[in-house]
Structure formats: C-alpha cells, structure tokens
Design a protein around this ligand. Structure first.
Ligand SMILES: [Zn+2]
Ligand SMILES: [Zn+2]
Length: 388
C-alpha cells in the first residue's frame, strides 16, 4: 500500500491519514512522519534531526498552512520534497553535511526491510506499530476468530531474528517439536523475516484450532464471570448459572471436546446440590462430537446464564454480583481476590455477598449476635437470619 511515487512511504493507520517512511532529497533520505489534516486538526510533521533543522530554518508555520490545503499525500510530499530540495541546494555548505545529523544507514536498512515485508503481508493485518518499530501487533483471523500476534523486532534486525509472543494454551512447552512432527519445516529459529513468522503462527493456530473454537463458543453464548477478558492462554472459565451459582471449568487444549478437564460448582449449598444432581444424571451422555457448550446446554438448559452485552449490563447486574458492593470481583489486601460466594439461605432471596462485605454489614447491625466465632445476623434484603 506504499505510494507509487514515494515507495518508502507507507500508511501506518487504517484510514490512510498517517504516513511514515523516507523522503528522497537529492541523494539522501529523510525520515518523516506526516499526519494529514483531519477533523479540524492541522497537518503535523515529524522528522529526524536533519529535517527538523531545515523546518526551523524555513518558515515552518507558513509551510504547514500551505500543506494544510493539500489532502492528497502524493501532492503533499511532492511539494515538501521541492521545498526541501530548494533549501538544501542553497545551503549546501551548511551544517547539513554534519555527520552527526546523518541517520545511521543500518537503521534505514532495517526500516526498509520491515516496510517491504509488511507490504508483502498486507497492512490490513497490522493493528499496531510503535514509533521505533520494535514491535508490531498483527491480527490473524482463523475461523472467524481473531488472534492477536505480537512480534518483537530487535534494533539489529534482520541480523538478529524476530521473537513471537504467542497467546495460547501451552506457552511453556516448546511448540517446535509439535510442529516438526506434523511434517512442516517451521521451527522457532527460522523467523528470519516477518513473513515466515506469520506462516509459523498460522501453523500454530491450527494445532489449537478446535480449542479456540470451543472457547469462543462458550464466550459468545454464556455469561463469563472469570476471566474478565479471556485470553487464548486462559484454559478455564467461570460460567454463571441461575440461582447465584456458577460453574468453574477447564478444557483440554488438544482434546477440548472430550469432557471437562476440571469442574467445580460455586453457590449456596442447596442450589449447588441441584446442579450436581443434574450433572450426575446427565454427564454420562457427554457427546465428544459436540462442543462443550452444546453438551453443557443439554445438561443445564436455561440454567446457563446467557452472555450479557454491554448495553444490557444494568438489567442483569444483580444476578451474580455482590448485593452490597455490586461488584463481582473484590481485591482484598489479605484475602486476595474475593467472589460473592456467601449466599443468603432464604431461597426467595438467594443473594450473594463477598465474605468481607457481609461481615462488615453484620458487625455494624445492632441485632447481630456473636456466638463462639460465628456471627448471626439478618440479610440486608430479606431479614432472614444468616450466620457467618
Ligand atoms: Zn461486595
Ligand atoms: Zn436474603
């Protein structure tokens, strides 16, 4: 997507409003970043010290004003090129020849290499590039699931290889062995360029494809209490069930359909019992051809709470959050991360509380009595006597 007349200039945003690269001036190249005018914002120019020096010496504001009127990047760069070339010709003997101002040629080579590789890969896959190009985040789609891929590029690239950050289930085990055994030549050391790194990533996604599909289906269809924002590496989910209960489950990353790797119910004793009963009666019929979500749906039906979209958060918040502080997770200095697992024993009420929230409430209530280490007090909602 680089410009035809300026092949070393490439857009770094989705809209084609920000361009970065090298502007040829005579036999030299100037590093430059241009923000085209947009939404009442004027043109912005960033460059290396050489360019900065020139801009300071020609009336920069006047130049910007003139360029503001050109929203075509090629026209803009041609004008800028002419202006700088004129300035350089006039000031040939000036400090421009100062070696300190020359950009290191290996830096330029690194930049050119990265840009031409990105061109081959396609800028549409890039979601973030930082200023110094020391990392790039790509988004790779597979089966309509979008996977983020972060690639670290050292300052000595391409002499030193690229490093990949893979967001998936078994980060600690060497993937190379898995991949070589499936008869591809890709290994960790061959990431000599971005293109092969992305190919490797595509192969890697394939290994966990079914796991990603199964997890994504759970995330799309059930109410996930934990993690807040599931990542590929999170092999567990805590799913909300009716009656202020929840199910903690873990999937196997290679065989995600072969039942649950781990599971546990949370909630009031009485409500949990009915879920355990359902599980005991029906889990024998777990069908490995179906996904975990489909199996769970067969077992629990509408007891599985559906996913809550941002615009519905208000209506459903009282179902699983603590009925005192209205949060699900609560960070406690000594006790760590708390969830509302103390449930009112009144079936009609069944509200959940963080242990710290309810104990603070009970302590502050004059009707609360203490016996041994137990507190007997009333639920803030239904006045049922609860003990803690
Ligand atoms: Zn609370
Ligand atoms: Zn209650």
């Amino acid at each position: 997507m680089a410009l035809q007349r300026f092949p070393l200039m490439t857009p770094i945003d989705g809209e084609g409003k920000i361009f970065r690269g090298f502007l040829p001036i005579h036999n030299d190249e100037y590093f430059i970043q241009v923000h085209l005018p947009e939404n009442n914002k004027n043109t912005q120019l960033y460059g290396d010290s050489k360019l900065k020096h020139i801009l300071e010496n020609i009336n920069e504001q006047q130049l910007i004003n003139r360029l503001d009127q050109l929203d075509d990047i090629t026209l803009f760069l041609s004008e800028l090129q002419t202006i700088i070339e004129e300035y350089v010709s006039i000031n040939k003997s000036s400090s421009l020849n100062n070696n300190n101002n020359k950009m290191n040629s290996s830096t330029i080579q690194r930049y050119k290499t990265i840009m031409s590789e990105l061109k081959e890969i396609g800028f549409d896959k890039v979601v973030h590039i930082n200023d110094t190009l020391d990392h790039i985040i790509f988004e790779i789609s597979d089966n309509e699931i979008r996977h983020p891929l972060k690639i670290y590029i050292s300052s000595t690239y391409p002499l030193t290889p690229l490093k990949l950050e893979l967001d998936g289930p078994t980060l600690s085990t060497p993937l190379t062995t898995t991949i070589t055994s499936s008869s591809t030549e890709t290994t960790r050391t061959t990431h000599s360029n971005l293109y092969s790194a992305i190919q490797y990533y595509n192969e890697w996604i394939k290994i966990y494809r079914d796991y990603f599909i199964c997890m994504n289906e759970l995330d799309q269809n059930t109410r996930i209490l934990d993690p807040d924002q599931p990542m590929g590496k999170d092999t567990f989910r805590r799913i909300a069930l009716k009656g202020h209960c929840s199910l903690h489950l873990e999937l196997d990353s290679i065989y995600p359909r072969n039942g649950l790797k781990a599971m546990r119910f949370y909630g009031s004793e009485k409500n949990i019992k009915s879920f355990q009963q359902l599980w005991e009666n029906k889990s024998q019929q777990w069908d490995n051809r179906q996904s975990p979500y489909q199996n769970l749906y067969i077992i629990f039906k509408d007891q599985l709470m559906p996913k809550v979209f941002d615009n519905q958060k208000e209506d459903t918040s009282s179902d699983v959050e603590c009925a005192i502080c209205y949060a699900y997770k609560l960070e406690h200095i000594e006790l760590g991360l708390l969830t509302p697992d103390i449930i009112c024993t009144n079936d009609q009420c069944n509200r959940g509380f963080h242990p710290t929230c309810i104990s603070e409430w009970l302590r502050s209530n004059p009707t609360t009595t203490r016996s041994f280490n137990m507190l007997f007090g009333k639920c803030p909602y239904c006045s049922e006597v609860n003990l803690l």
